[in-house]
Design a protein. Structure first.
Length: 162
């Protein structure tokens, strides 16, 4: 299990949205100024929102702004990466191979490109359907592991004005 800390930003009846901070090694890298990853991270921000299942906790008893610990199963990270990257690529290769022929004409090349696009889109649709199916499965999603009882700084400020 991979553990990450974050803050609750929204609640649904069956899940939470938790904001976490990306952990990168950019701060210790010597190529920081010339790296595109650093520039992209600074432009887009360093925060992620993750959908988390409540596990043994009641969603109603959790507060917005509360600090929590979430657990992400390690095997899900590996399987998810393989499915998301390999299925569309394999679909594109299979589609190009099935639409190709032994001839070396422009039309055959265009059919191969069309087959690759059809396979790529089909693989993407398969990945999307698979992720929708696993949306409520506790073994396939991050789960809430711990809750900090102390209210966050934001909540303390909000209580002053109420």
């Amino acid at each position: 299990m991979i553990y990450e800390t974050g803050t609750i930003v929204s609640k649904n009846k069956d899940s939470l949205m938790v904001e976490t901070i990306k952990q990168t090694t950019c701060d210790s890298c010597s190529a920081q100024k010339g790296c595109g990853h650093t520039a992209l991270t600074k432009m887009t921000g360093t925060k992620n929102e993750i959908r988390v299942l409540p596990g043994d906790f009641y969603v109603d008893k959790l507060r917005l702004g509360q600090s929590v610990t979430i657990g992400i199963p390690e095997h899900i990270v590996v399987k998810g990466s393989l499915v998301v990257y390999l299925v569309p690529i394999i679909g594109a290769i299979a589609g190009a191979w099935m639409m190709s022929d032994q001839g070396k004409t422009l039309e055959q090349d265009l059919f191969s490109i069309l087959g690759a696009l059809i396979g790529l889109v089909g693989g993407g649709i398969f990945v999307n359907l698979r992720s929708q199916k696993a949306k409520a499965d506790a073994q396939s999603n991050p789960v809430l592991c711990g809750v900090e009882n102390e209210p966050s700084e934001l909540e303390k400020i909000e209580q002053r004005f109420i």
